[in-house]
Design a protein around this ligand. Structure first.
Ligand code: ADP
Ligand code: ASP
Ligand code: MG
Length: 816
């Protein structure tokens, strides 16, 4: 025989009730089950607030009518005629009359005691169970409504009553023996004390009712039907990527639920555990899915932790003082006091110096706990052996749970690394001595982010989601987003990486979407939903969204975003950029970017600052990291100038080649920005700094390619006129090189901490001699690569390769 419990989420809607009946029909083919039901979801909360409203003398008539309507509406949809009018609606009428009288009583006393509150709450289970049992009668003539308060006996701790298991088991068994011809529909959650006063088993307690029935009747299985696919790796309402767990041990389920996975009420585990009865969690909206089995022996799973759960709202109390050091008895007194007063302690941490004890409680208990401590330790406080206890509020507990944890080192390292990298500050830490869980206390406002961060770190099915914010909507961004779209599925399937575009801005408009902007229609979304662009506001919004694995991609060539970089790093957001302006401004600025990113544990990647997508910055970094020493760097890092000198041969005039380069889109609007070597200088400066030299732009020696007349020209057309006039100057250069069998190359070099950019003639033996088109080339001469330098060569400009470089940087974020 099985006990089937249907939670509030399953009895709230007509379609769920129909599935419930189908499930029962299927089960009854084998053996008649016992059914336990909860109040419709939200009803217990609504009843509690009704009681509070009445006690506060507030108006509550509308609320109660609404509640009544919720029940009658379901009844009217499922029933007709006499069964509806004379039986169900009549009984609901009786219940709601009683409830109204009870609330009037509370209102006139202006007080709601725990005892009266329990009575108020009991109507939720009674109404729902009665209603469903009467609907079931249409299909199962033997259906019988059972008010569990006559079967489950407890002490008088209202709100959280403790069960007298022996007496309860006897009563259940006797009742079942006498009524086993019936299909029993038992109210969850409610019980009664020795005086017959109604009590409740604590919020979520219907699961416990099911376990008590299952244990007393030695059932073969306890099924908990709810609205999710079983116990999951995290609360699916907080972590979208949570995955269902097939199997759990009782201990793991206990720890997860104790720390907030309310899908099952923790005390339910004990009766099942003692009788080795499996608990199966099933989904009413997906009945074909087998859900989670909680039982003794679970298969070894590949993951070190089973799940992550959280207590959303908690307060911590700190007690500290020199008087506690080395003295036995303080914590004993403290915790017996709290237990005597029925204050539930969620977790405790004590520093090994014994100088302080920190413990977490429900926020509703915090002030009372503080007062009790002040009374208990009055003498010690007066003698200043203890400091006054302090309360910290608006906190949450996050716990990782799993039996494998105890055999695996490094779990806590992974947890704290993930939290630290994402800027989540840990207020207190506790590890259960069983090593089944590690719990941390964090700010409540960071909970969602923390849960998602930790989930990404531990569950490999989908390793991580990268949340990308993009600045600029020009060539690079457009190409990048297209590439992201094209590789989206591949990245997910092969690398477990999901990239979401959360926000994008150009100089006119910006747009954000918490679910991710569709990659195929971002331009449209920006145009239609965009708000006026504002960089500070853009940064504020990134901070407010407070997402894990967050990256800002600065794809502009503008100085404006640079002044926000440090603020972005301080918000634990990584930056990926092809914008060279930041790294090539003052050295102090460059250094500060690096230091701030390091301090906040985030990445700063700028591979595309030099040679577009070519692996130059990364290669240099790896050489340095592996202990190599750079002796010399030689490079051609201007695709434009390469193109010009590669085509300046035969009869072509210098003027025509520059014009052609401009027509092909290789140059800046004013070709002198390239030919003056400014862009090249920036790249060389960044490389020199990465190689360890604290240089400024003024330290770089640039040999000008252009004669002064060209540089002085007032505008681009005049520049071209001057260029034509200076043709002889360039022809002389060309002929000189040709005569000696050499090629003209504009080369940057770094040697002995000196950066030079000059026009050189190189012969065939030089690796740069054969450079073609607009390619870039760089050679690193190092201690290890002395005889034959390491050379990187390839296309060093263009939207496609630059965007690909930015793409690679983005997916590398957080990869170490
Ligand atoms: P019922 O009314 O059916 O008893 P509850 O609301 O008590 O339902 O419990 C189900 C809810 O528990 C789910 O809707 C889900 O939001 C929440 N929950 C929290 N943690 C978890 C978890 N780790 N796995 C599954 N559900 C969880
Ligand atoms: N209805 C009760 C509650 O909301 C009991 C339960 O749902 O298990 O707490
Ligand atoms: Mg529940």
């Amino acid at each position: 025989m099985k006990v089937l419990k249907f939670g509030g989420t399953t009895v709230g809607s007509v379609s769920n009730i129909l599935t419930l009946l189908e499930t029962l029909a299927e089960e009854s083919k084998k053996e008649k089950p016992v059914v336990v039901l909860s109040a419709m979801s939200g009803v217990t909360d609504a009843l509690a607030s009704l009681a509070d409203a009445a006690a506060a003398g507030l108006h509550y008539a509308d609320q109660i009518s609404e509640l009544e309507h919720r029940h009658t509406a379901v009844a009217k949809e499922l029933l007709i005629g006499q069964q509806l009018e004379e039986i169900v609606l009549a009984q609901l009428d009786v219940y709601f009359d009683e409830l109204r009288r009870l609330l009037q009583h509370i209102q006139s006393l202006r007080e709601v005691t725990p005892k009266t509150r329990d009575l108020v709450l009991s109507y939720g289970e009674r109404c729902a169970t009665y209603l469903v049992s009467k609907v079931a009668e249409l299909h199962f003539s033997e259906a019988l409504f059972v008010d569990a308060s006559t079967l489950i006996k407890t002490d008088s701790s209202f709100g959280h009553a403790r069960v007298n298991t022996e007496l309860t088991s006897q009563l259940i068994r006797t009742y079942y023996q006498e009524n086993k011809q019936h299909l029993l529909f038992v109210t969850g959650f409610i019980a009664s004390d020795d005086h017959g006063q109604l009590t409740t088993l604590g919020r979520g307690g219907s699961d416990y009712t099911a376990a008590l029935l299952g244990s007393a009747l030695n059932c073969s299985e306890i099924q908990i039907w709810t609205d999710v696919n079983g116990m999951m790796t995290a609360d699916p309402k907080m972590v979208k990527k949570a995955i269902p767990l097939t199997e759990l041990s009782y201990t793991e389920a206990m720890e997860l639920s104790y720390f907030g996975a309310r899908v099952i009420y923790p005390p339910s585990m004990t009766p099942a555990f003692l009788k080795k009865i499996p608990i199966v969690i099933r989904n009413i909206t997906n009945p074909a899915f087998l859900g989670t089995v909680i039982q003794h022996d679970t298969l070894k799973s590949s993951s070190n932790i089973k799940g992550i759960s959280s207590v959303n709202d908690t307060s911590i109390i700190n007690l500290q003082g020199s008087g506690m050091v080395g003295k036995a008895g303080y914590s004993g007194r403290l915790f017996s006091l709290l237990s005597r007063e029925q204050i539930n302690v969620i977790l405790i941490t004590q520093a090994s110096s014994e100088h302080s004890i920190t413990f977490a409680v429900n926020p509703a208990d915090a002030v009372k706990a503080k007062q009790l401590i002040e009374q208990e330790f009055e003498l010690e406080l007066q003698a200043e052996k203890l400091e006054a206890p302090t309360i910290e509020q608006d906190l949450s507990v996050l716990a990782i749970v799993g039996e494998n944890m105890k055999e695996t080192p490094g779990i806590s390292g992974k947890l704290f690394h993930a939290l630290g990298r994402n800027g989540i500050n840990v207020r207190a830490i506790a590890q259960g001595s069983s090593e089944y869980n590690i719990s941390v206390i964090i700010l409540k406002e960071e909970l969602r982010k923390a849960l998602n961060t930790v989930h990404d770190a531990f569950f490999t099915e989908l390793k991580k989601t990268l949340h990308v914010f993009c600045l600029g909507t020009g060539n690079i961004s457009t190409t990048l987003i297209r590439q992201l779209q094209e590789h989206h599925t591949y990245l997910q399937q092969h690398n477990g990486i999901q990239v979401k575009l959360m926000g994008i801005s150009n100089s006119r408009k910006m747009v954000f979407d918490a679910d991710g902007i569709p990659l195929e229609s971002w331009q449209q979304v920006l145009e239609t939903n965009g708000e006026p662009a504002d960089l500070q506001e853009f940064v504020n919004r990134m901070q407010q969204m407070n997402l894990q694995n967050c990256v800002l991609a600065d794809n502009t060539a503008s100085p404006a975003p640079i002044s926000f970089y440090e603020e972005v790093f301080r918000s634990n957001i990584s930056i990926v950029t092809c914008n060279k302006i930041g790294n090539s401004s003052e050295y102090q600025q460059y250094k500060s970017f690096k230091d701030t990113a390091l301090l906040h544990g985030v990445d700063f990647y700028y591979e595309t600052n030099v040679g577009a997508g070519l692996p130059i910055v990364r290669t240099l970094k790896d050489l340095m990291l592996s202990g190599d020493r750079v002796l010399r760097i030689e490079a051609i890092l201007s695709g434009t100038i390469s193109f010009i000198f590669n085509n300046f041969k035969g009869n072509a005039s210098f003027h025509d080649v520059v014009k052609l380069a401009q027509e092909k889109g290789f140059t800046e609007p004013d070709p002198r920005d390239d030919l003056s070597g400014l862009d090249f200088m920036r790249k060389m400066l960044i490389l020199a700094r990465d190689a360890g030299y604290p240089l400024e732009a003024s330290d770089v020696q640039i040999e000008n390619i252009l004669p002064p007349s060209c540089l002085k020209a007032a505008n681009v057309p005049e520049f071209y006129t001057e260029l034509q006039a200076a043709e002889a100057y360039f022809v002389e250069m060309k002929e000189k090189a040709a005569k000696s069998g050499k090629a003209l190359r504009y080369i940057g070099s770094l040697e002995n901490g000196q950066v030079k950019i000059s026009l050189q003639m190189v012969d065939e033996s030089h690796p740069f001699y054969t450079l073609s088109g607009s390619d870039n080339i760089i050679s690193f001469t190092t201690d290890r690569y002395k005889e034959r330098p390491m050379v990187v060569k390839g296309p060093g400009a263009g939207a496609e390769v630059t965007a690909a470089g930015v793409f690679a940087d983005i997916v590398n974020v957080g990869s170490h």
